[in-house]
Ligand binder design. Structure first.
Ligand code: CO
Ligand code: CO
Length: 347
C-alpha cells in the first residue's frame, strides 16, 4: 500500500486543530462554578491540569490532550502526542502515574500498521516518562487523532500554578519556538529533512527534567507553551497573576527554518488566530518584524516550560536545567508591574 501522508488528513493547517482561546472562554463561561472544596486547581485559571486533593497532604493532577497529525511519521506522531499530553502534569510540578489513550482512526482507509506505529510511539514515550498506558477508547474517524489522559500525583504545597508570577521574576523558556510553522511547512511539502528532524527532536523531548528542576528550585509559577503560543500562554500567566511582562525577542530561541517558512507565508491558522487575539495585549517595539510576531504567537505542539523565576533562584534553577539537558535554557524577559497585563516586546 502507498505510504500515507498523515498531515494531509488533518483538516486544519499544521497545529493540531485546537479551538481558539476566545471561542473557548465564550463557551466555558456558561458552565456552573466549581464548588467541590477538594478542587485545588479547576477551570477558573485556565491552568495546565486539574489538581484534586485526596488526603491531608497529596493531590491528584489530571489532564487530557489529543490532536490531529503534526508530522507524517506515525511513530513520531505517537511520541509527540504522548510527550505533549504528559507535559501538562510536568507543568504543574507533578509526577505522572499512568495514562489512558484516546484514538480516532480511519480503520477502512488506512493500513493498521499506521495505527500500530502511532500507538507504539505513544507507549514508548510513556515508558520513558516512567508510566504505562493502561486503557483507553478508540473510534472510527476519517481524521486521525491521538492523545492521552494522564493522571499524576503531587504534594499540595508543591503545586506550580500559572497564576503565581510576581513582578521582578525572570522568564525562563526550556525549548525553542516554531513547531507550528514547521508542521505547516511539512504539510505543504516545503520543510527540509533537517528542519523536520530538529522539530521532531524538540517535540518528543520530555519536560520531565525541566519540571523536576523547577520543583527542586522551589518555583511557584510556570506553564508549558502549547497551542496558544508563547504570547497566549504567557498572557494566561499574567492575567491570573495581575502583572505584565517585558520580552526580549532576540533572546527567544527559534528552531532553524521557522523564520524562513514564516517569511514564505507558511503560517498555520491557529498561529494567525493567536496573533490576532493577542495583538491588542502586546506593545510591539517598531523594530519587531512580522515573522517574529508570528513566531511569538506560533501554536506549539509539545513546547517547553515557561518558568517565572524569582531572581534569587535563577542561579540554582538554570544550573539544574542545564543538568537536565534541556534543549534551551533561555532567559527571555521578566515579569513587570502592569495592571493592564500587557506584554511589551523589545528587540
Ligand atoms: Co499546558
Ligand atoms: Co494541554
Amino acid at each position: 500500500m502507498e505510504k500515507v501522508k498523515l498531515t494531509s488528513l488533518s483538516h486544519g493547517s499544521g497545529c493540531g486543530c485546537k479551538i481558539g482561546r476566545e471561542a473557548l472562554s465564550r463557551i466555558l463561561r456558561h458552565l456552573p462554578q466549581v464548588i467541590d472544596p477538594n478542587v485545588l486547581v479547576g477551570t477558573a485559571t485556565a491552568d495546565d491540569a486539574a489538581v484534586y486533593k485526596i488526603d491531608g497532604k497529596r493531590a491528584l493532577v489530571q489532564t487530557v490532550d489529543f490532536f490531529t497529525p503534526v508530522v507524517d511519521d506515525p511513530y513520531d506522531y505517537g511520541r509527540i502526542a504522548a510527550a505533549n499530553a504528559i507535559s501538562d502534569i510536568y507543568a504543574m510540578g507533578g509526577r505522572p502515574l499512568f495514562a489512558l489513550s484516546i484514538i480516532a482512526f480511519p480503520i477502512e482507509t488506512l493500513p493498521l500498521s499506521t495505527l500500530e506505529g502511532i500507538i507504539k510511539g505513544g507507549t514508548d514515550k510513556a515508558r520513558e516518562a516512567g508510566i504505562e498506558i493502561i486503557g483507553g477508547h478508540s473510534i472510527d474517524d476519517p481524521e486521525p487523532k491521538y492523545g492521552l489522559c494522564v493522571t499524576g500525583i503531587i504534594e499540595q504545597d508543591k503545586v506550580v500554578r500559572n497564576d503565581r508570577a510576581a513582578a521582578g521574576d525572570l522568564l525562563i523558556l526550556t525549548k525553542p519556538l516554531g513547531t507550528g510553522i514547521i508542521s505547516k511547512a511539512i504539510k505543504s511539502g516545503d520543510a527540509s529533512v533537517a528542519d523536520i528532524e530538529e522539530a521532531v527532536r524538540v517535540m518528543i523531548f520530555l519536560n520531565r527534567g525541566a519540571s523536576e528542576a523547577m520543583v527542586e528550585a522551589g518555583i511557584k509559577a510556570a506553564t508549558d507553551v502549547t497551542g496558544f503560543g508563547l504570547l497566549g500562554h504567557l498572557y494566561g500567566m499574567l492575567k491570573g497573576s495581575n502583572a505584565g511582562a517585558l520580552l526580549k525577542s532576540s533572546a527567544i530561541p527559534v528552531i532553524h527554518g521557522a523564520s524562513d517558512y514564516a517569511e514564505k507565508g507558511l503560517i498555520p491558522e491557529g498561529t494567525r488566530n493567536n496573533l490576532a487575539s493577542m495583538d491588542k495585549r502586546v506593545v510591539w517595539s517598531a523594530a519587531i518584524s512580522q515573522e517574529t510576531k508570528y513566531i511569538l504567537a506560533d501554536a506549539q505542539t509539545s513546547g517547553g516550560l515557561l518558568i517565572s523565576c524569582p531572581r534569587e533562584k535563577k542561579e540554582r534553577l538554570t544550573e539544574l536545567l542545564y543538568q537536565a539537558n534541556c534543549i534551551a535554557v533561555a532567559e527571555i524577559g521578566e515579569v513587570i508591574e502592569d495592571k493592564e497585563q500587557r506584554i511589551w516586546v523589545d528587540l
